[in-house]
Ligand binder design. Structure first.
Ligand code: GDG
Length: 458
């Protein structure tokens, strides 16, 4: 089978045991190990000058090829256009979108430069799979240098409604570039409908019922490929951690209280402020939960050099302080807000310990935490997932209590419902969701995308 080349903004650091930090990295790494291949992208380093060529590391059948970025490239391509223009817009936060034409120029320049760095490493029959919004123009840049290989693109974040996408001034250039791929994958059917709508009504292209597109003089395919996890591996990890130090310490401080858990990068798209207020509302409207329930929010820092991220951090610190000040007692802190990263195994066992998984983003491409929470449960005595309807995962996880994260009162009621749900109902909901997680695992996601990519132009 032809060699696989993965291109992503960051090349995930793979630890000695071969396990990377997140589900995506593990899933992609497995595919590389099976077929042999290369993972190309940014090393995460910012250096004073651009490297002449990528740094190459071989590990078994997988080659890692990484480059550093200059400060200017980082500011324009990564911090600027990717994370201060595309990220907020694609998450329906046009109010936070900042646009600077020089940053867009930098975004295109860095994409072209990255493509140029990859070309000497390519073989004619390689299949190239590019990931996420940082790299929309990557295929166009390769095509301009005469590369004819099959190239696929997967968007991990939501594809926004046309009327939102057109607020990005260079939307037409972005979408022309997107059509240089052979296959474009998005997470869910609503994302696919939004993409189709843009292609038909803004680009004046045609899209067939089975996803064949003709637009901007190019032919390609589009499809929905919901990303998954390895549910059974996560369950095993969660079980193993039950007697670990972190869990023992936690239990000692809980005194048999019920536990609600959330884990998110500290990002404004994750709906943290509304979530804190809904927990406050729960304590307000159901005093029986006071001193009986604790809420742990793990929120590791992310993109902290962007102003909107500094603001959400301040807001959250203020909210958790205010709510704790209002309800805490000598021996009970309602919200434990942890602004730091934990090991994957610790998080998995924390999920298993929690009676409620509280996952309420304002918008999310998929949200793997929702899936991980479900997989981590004890099937005999599972917890309940409270899930935002605006997470891609809500399209699949119909055993969750689905909420609208804007509706603080509605979320408080869902928490109350979850905390009181009888065992039979919890088991039935959990079993239903586990069936879906096993059916749509990360290997199914990857294999179906790659099968469709390999099939184009055959
Ligand atoms: C993007 C899209 C889409 C979190 N804190 C820690 C930690 N995590 C892990 C989680 C999970 C992953 O990071 C986060 O994945 P999500 O899917 O929840 O969210 P994004 O980071 O926004 O991911 C999203 C995803 O791409 C995949 O396509 O689902 O919609 O936005 O695995 O467990 N891991 C460790 N320590 C932490 O403190 N080790």
């Amino acid at each position: 089978m032809s060699r696989l080349i993965i291109v992503s903004n960051r090349v995930a650091p793979i630890s000695e045991g071969g396990m990377a930090a997140g589900g995506l990295a593990v899933g992609v790494y497995d595919a590389l190990r099976e077929t042999g291949g290369m993972w190309f992208g940014w090393s995460g380093e910012v250096a004073s000058a651009a490297p002449a060529s990528p740094k190459i590391e071989e590990r078994g059948p997988v080659t890692f090829a990484t480059v550093s970025l200059t400060r200017r490239d980082y500011d324009q391509y990564y911090r600027g256009f990717s994370n201060d223009t595309l990220w907020p817009t694609f998450h329906y936060r046009s109010d936070l979108t900042h646009y600077d034409r020089h940053e867009f120029d930098g975004y295109q320049r860095v994409n072209a430069w990255l493509a140029h760095q990859l070309i000497p490493l390519l073989r004619p029959d390689d299949v190239i799979w590019v990931h996420d919004y940082h790299l929309i123009p990557f295929a166009e840049a390769l095509r301009q240098e005469g590369i004819t290989n099959r190239i696929g693109f997967f968007l991990h974040i939501p594809f926004p409604a046309s009327q939102v996408l057109v607020t990005v001034p260079p939307h037409d250039k972005l979408m022309r570039a997107l059509c240089c791929y052979d296959l474009v994958g998005v997470q869910t059917e609503p994302d696919l409908r939004a993409l189709r709508d843009y292609l038909e009504h803004e680009a004046h292209g045609t899209v067939s019922a089975d996803g064949r597109v003709d637009a901007y003089g190019r032919s390609l395919r589009i499809g929905a490929y919901p990303i998954g996890i390895y549910p059974d591996e996560l369950a095993a990890l969660a079980k193993e951690g039950q007697d670990g130090r972190h869990l023992k310490n936690l239990r000692q401080t809980m005194h048999e209280r019920r536990l609600i858990v959330s884990v998110d990068r500290l990002d404004y798209s994750k709906g943290l402020v509304e979530r804190f207020r809904a927990f406050e509302k729960l304590l307000e409207i159901s005093p029986n939960h006071r001193a009986q329930v604790s809420f742990i929010q793990v929120a590791p820092p992310t993109r902290s050099d962007i102003q909107s991220y500094q603001q959400i951090r301040l807001q959250l610190e203020a909210e958790s302080g205010r709510i704790n000040g209002r309800f805490a007692e000598m021996d009970w802190t309602p919200i434990r807000y942890l602004h730091r990263q934990y090991e994957r195994a610790v998080l998995a066992s924390l999920f298993r310990e929690a009676h409620v998984g509280y996952v309420t983003p304002l918008r999310d491409g998929m949200n793997l935490v929702a899936k991980e929470y479900v997989a981590a449960q004890d099937p005999e005595d599972p917890g309940v997932l409270v899930l935002s309807r605006f997470a891609g995962a809500a399209q699949e996880l119909d055993g969750a209590l689905i909420v609208n994260p804007i509706d603080v009162q509605g979320m408080a009621e869902a928490l109350d419902h979850a905390l009181g749900m009888p065992l039979d109902e919890r088991r039935a909901r959990h079993a239903r969701m586990m069936t879906v997680l096993r059916r749509n695992s990360v290997s199914v996601w990857r294999d179906s995308f790659l099968r469709d990519l390999r099939a184009v132009r055959q």
